[in-house]
Design a protein around this ligand. Structure first.
Ligand SMILES: Nc1ncnc2c1ncn2[C@@H]1O[C@H](COP(=O)(O)OS(=O)(=O)O)[C@@H](OP(=O)(O)O)[C@H]1O
Ligand SMILES: Nc1ncnc2c1ncn2[C@@H]1O[C@H](COP(=O)(O)OP(=O)(O)O)[C@@H](O)[C@H]1O
Length: 197
């Protein structure tokens, strides 16, 4: 890391963007197993915010790994680096006044906590998208569990790679017990309760 760096302050600050948007900003972090419903719920929440003319954006694991993080795989340290980079990007979006929906397996508690700590108080909402592994595997929307069981994909989360369930999330959505609409509505209600919107 270079020490010859100077931080440049811009005239327009986070508070100015928030004022212009007429709502707050921050990071809604959805964590859970593959197939638990992270992308589905992030997309519905984003759509609902868009329909209210609010400034929001989805950062999704599969998508980010196509570009910014296409040099990373799925061993523990690559996952850690994936989440570190995405956390930095999410912070930039939050600084620009945007409500970010970040949808990543993010299996390690310490990585999620680091992002929480990098943001100002109250700017991070962790959503645990809870769904039993068996149900995720039954859904298998991308046919990926089938490949795992056929031995094509090693180090798969929940099978032979760990997933640390959150112990301090702001909200848990139980996608085997409630509909995707219900989960999205509960997240939107939380944003209202926290005066983000
Ligand atoms: N080994 C292994 N383990 C878990 N997931 C795998 C793996 N290989 C590929 N995939 C696909 O990559 C998506 C997860 O990417 P993430 O960036 O969210 O993962 S992580 O947070 O870095 O653990 C994940 O997408 P989702 O199903 O949307 O979670 C998978 O489709
Ligand atoms: N209550 C629910 N919440 C979210 N997704 C659900 C729910 N019930 C069924 N599903 C289905 O489960 C799948 C979840 O896939 P996806 O959103 O890609 O998960 P993830 O991003 O966690 O891998 C989708 O096919 C979705 O339609």
């Amino acid at each position: 890391m270079s020490s010859n760096l100077t931080w440049h302050q811009t005239t327009i600050k986070k508070e100015d963007y928030r004022k212009k948007n007429a709502h707050s900003s921050g990071v809604i972090w959805l964590t859970g197993l593959s197939g638990s419903g992270k992308s589905t719920i992030a997309n519905i929440v984003n759509q609902k915010l868009y329909e209210k003319s609010l400034q929001s954006y989805v950062l999704d694991g599969d998508n980010v790994r196509h570009g910014l993080n296409n040099d990373l795989g799925f061993n523990d340290s690559d996952r850690q680096e994936n989440i570190r980079r995405v956390g930095e990007v999410a912070k930039l979006f939050a600084d620009s006044g945007t409500i970010v929906l970040a949808s990543f397996i993010s299996p390690f508690q310490s990585d999620r906590d680091q992002i929480r700590q990098s943001l100002d108080e109250g700017e991070f909402i962790e959503v645990f998208v809870s769904c039993p592994l068996g149900e995720c595997e039954d859904r298998d929307p991308k046919g990926i569990y089938k490949k795992v069981r056929n031995g094509v994909i090693p180090s798969f989360t929940g099978i032979d790679s760990p997933y640390e369930e959150p112990s301090n999330s702001e909200i848990v959505v139980y996608t085997n017990q409630e509909s995707e609409e219900e989960s999205a509505d509960r997240i939107i209600q939380l944003l209202k309760d926290k005066r983000w919107i």
